[in-house]
Design a protein around this ligand. Structure first.
Ligand SMILES: NC(=O)c1ccc[n+]([C@@H]2O[C@H](COP(=O)([O-])OP(=O)(O)OC[C@H]3O[C@@H](n4cnc5c(N)ncnc54)[C@H](OP(=O)(O)O)[C@@H]3O)[C@@H](O)[C@H]2O)c1
Length: 245
């Protein structure tokens, strides 16, 4: 473990699952930079709540649908705050509905920009800092739907499948200094507008008979960046058993 403060960067960290990851890394002793796009108030609330607990955070506003600009902006803001990076969590996501008829090249490009191009550019930009002490970790938030696509979310599912494959490639590229893994959740926090009857239908096929929670994700991130540091190149399902039914 490095003899200095440990630093993490989480994309889309102002609320929901990303927030739980930021809070957990903070509780583990990391200083945490996190990005957000529209959730200015949540970002400020999180920064001040964690500051009260003595946890240093750096909120960075950046639009990952424009990956080159966004990553340049993140690099600049982050670089004036820390020269080290131990953990990168690519969590930001665009939950984009669209069947074949509605899926335009623009929608597809946007999904790939957020789910594939941004994680790739962030890994590229931060690779040397992650390698520096020989113990960096990248965690990519994939989705169970990457292997079991829903046709009503074509671009979302295809781009998450690309992220899963990118995770495997990067795990080879960044070894032996850096581990790269993916987490593929089933439902861990419902989209706000998800219909009640659809929720019930989904839960009937989950052997553990409940949806997961953001804390379940944070538990796995904690493991992957800590005691699980011999694990790399894995996409770990976190789905209450949904994938075996
Ligand atoms: N929730 C689940 O049950 C579930 C299931 C499977 C997989 N996952 C994966 O787990 C991760 C977290 O899930 P979640 O439900 O918490 O995600 P989410 O709420 O859909 O999205 C997380 C954050 O991504 C940010 N974001 C969206 N578009 C962006 C853009 N163009 N540039 C920068 N940031 C952007 C948003 O930031 P702002 O709010 O600041 O705009 C949002 O708060 C995601 O990668 C998701 O795909 C979640």
């Amino acid at each position: 473990m490095p003899d200095r403060r440990r630093v993490a960067l989480v994309t889309g960290g102002a609320k929901r699952v990303g927030r739980a990851i930021v809070e957990r890394l903070g509780a583990m002793g990391f200083a945490v930079a996190f990005t957000y796009l529209t959730s200015d108030r949540d970002a400020e609330a999180l920064r001040s709540q964690l500051a009260e607990r003595g946890i240093d955070t750096l909120p960075i506003k950046a639009d990952l649908a424009e990956p080159e600009n966004a990553v340049e902006q993140i690099d600049k803001a982050f670089g004036s705050w820390s020269s080290d990076l131990d953990v990168l969590v690519n969590n930001a996501s665009l939950w984009l509905p669209g069947r074949l008829a509605e899926t335009t090249p623009d929608i597809l490009r946007k999904a790939y920009a957020v789910h594939v191009e941004s994680p790739l550019l962030l890994c590229k930009t931060f690779a040397n800092r992650l390698r520096r002490d020989g113990g960096g970790h990248v965690v990519n938030m994939v989705d169970l739907l990457a292997e079991r696509p829903w046709p009503q979310y074509l671009a979302y599912c295809a781009s998450k499948a690309a992220l899963a494959n990118l995770t495997l490639g990067l795990s080879r590229e960044l070894a032996p200094q850096v581990t790269v893994n993916g987490i593929a959740p089933g439902v861990v926090q419902w989209p706000e507008d998800f219909p009640a009857d659809e929720r019930e239908k989904y839960l009937k096929r989950v052997p553990l008979q409940r949806e997961g929670t953001p804390a379940d994700v944070a538990n796995l991130v904690e493991f992957l960046v800590g005691k699980g540091s011999y694990i790399t190149g894995q996409i770990i399902r976190l789905d209450g058993g949904r994938s075996v039914t």
